[in-house]
Design a protein around this ligand. Structure first.
Ligand code: XMP
Length: 332
């Protein structure tokens, strides 16, 4: 892979910001031409996480080369509720994509047993992702190109507080002729405009950010299946209630974290020891700093009563009021 590693890409100062569907259409037709010229009749492989960037790349490549694009969606078992199903529905059923679905839950959770260090967890998830992806790539014959959802901030961003960023670097053992990175000069807002122009639904294009290691960095400490399930269910309730009250349209990022701590509680007249769910709801421009959303008390109240009554293992809900700094957005 060394020879095709990325060279420094610089966005020309004259490049117009893509802010309208007309500009997006122009970008799309230019890219479709470029992709066709580069790829010809050959096959392209893409790791499709279902995030905004990889989804927009997938839609663009499907438009350009149809079934010559092979998408691999790896479910690492740390996805939000119904997330992988949504990817399959949109891309396989809706866009007729050539999509390989790999449920690697057991492999990932197996490797994460008893691992409590956050950086170690991230590393394992990243490594395992590459392994699964390489194995899938090795099964498919005649892949010439690897597509990636790299966007401009990925290129310019300096290393930060955590070993961040997208799970899944470049696989080492698979030989590709080159990379296809059609969004590499775009900022996130432009990627969304392009996604919309490609016909992707708002539920996909306007998604809040979701870390590559997924719920792994929100199921704090060593991940166990029961606490991970509790987190997933509580998170689904939070998202549902934010949709109902409209906060999902205004809040930048919101989610549940579940620390590995139990407290004493009471349920149905009996002692009930359980974990607590932490609500995090932040606003930010660039994720470098963040402020806390003021959630109406009635909404907090409804979310709390639903979580403690519907989610097995959780007996308390707390609201994290800490801005960034000092709290990072994620708890790990
Ligand atoms: P922090 O927690 O550093 O997060 O304030 C800033 C933004 O980055 C997201 N984030 C990640 N994204 N891989 C990712 O792709 C990661 O490991 C990761 N960790 C944090 C976080 O959700 C927030 O939007």
């Amino acid at each position: 892979m060394e020879e095709i590693k990325q060279q420094t890409v610089v966005r020309p100062e004259t490049m117009e910001r893509i802010t309208s569907s007309a500009l997006a259409e122009k970008f799309i037709s230019e890219q479709v031409e470029k992709i066709r010229a580069k790829v010809g009749e050959k096959k392209v492989l893409l790791a499709l996480s279902g995030g905004v960037d990889s989804s927009v790349v997938a839609a663009l490549l499907i438009k350009a080369i149809g079934k010559q694009l092979i998408c691999v969606h790896v479910n690492h078992g740390l996805m939000r509720k119904d997330e992988s199903e949504g990817v399959i529905k949109l891309f396989r059923d809706g866009l007729d994509a050539n999509l390989i679905y790999v449920d690697a839950t057991e492999r990932f959770l197996g490797r994460l047993v008893d691992v409590s260090d956050p950086e170690q967890k991230r590393k394992i998830i990243g490594d395992e992702f590459i392994r699964v992806f390489e194995e899938e790539a090795a099964k498919i014959r005649g892949i010439s190109f690897l597509a990636q959802g790299t966007i401009y901030p990925d290129i310019i961003e300096s290393k930060g507080v955590k070993a961040h960023h997208n799970v899944g670097g470049l696989p080492d053992d698979v030989e590709f002729e080159g990379l296809v990175e059609p969004l590499e000069l775009l900022y996130k807002d432009e990627v969304r405009v392009v996604g919309r122009a490609l016909g992707l639904p708002s539920s996909m294009v306007d998604r809040q950010p979701f870390p590559g290691p997924g719920l792994g960095v929100r199921c704090l400490g060593a991940i166990t299946r029961d606490r991970l399930n509790a987190l997933r269910e509580a998170d689904a309730i939070l998202r549902e209630e934010f949709d109902i009250c409209g906060l999902s349209k205004t809040v930048w990022q919101y989610f549940i974290a579940v620390p590995d701590v139990k407290s004493v509680g009471v349920k149905d007249g009996k002692r009930y020891e359980g974990w607590f769910a932490v609500i995090r709801a932040v606003n930010t421009v660039d994720a470098m700093t963040a402020t806390i959303e003021e959630i109406p008390y009635s909404v907090l109240n409804k979310i709390t009563s639903r979580i403690v009554s519907e989610v097995e293992g959780i007996n308390r809900v707390v609201y994290d009021l800490t801005p960034k700094p000092t709290g990072t957005i994620e708890w790990e």
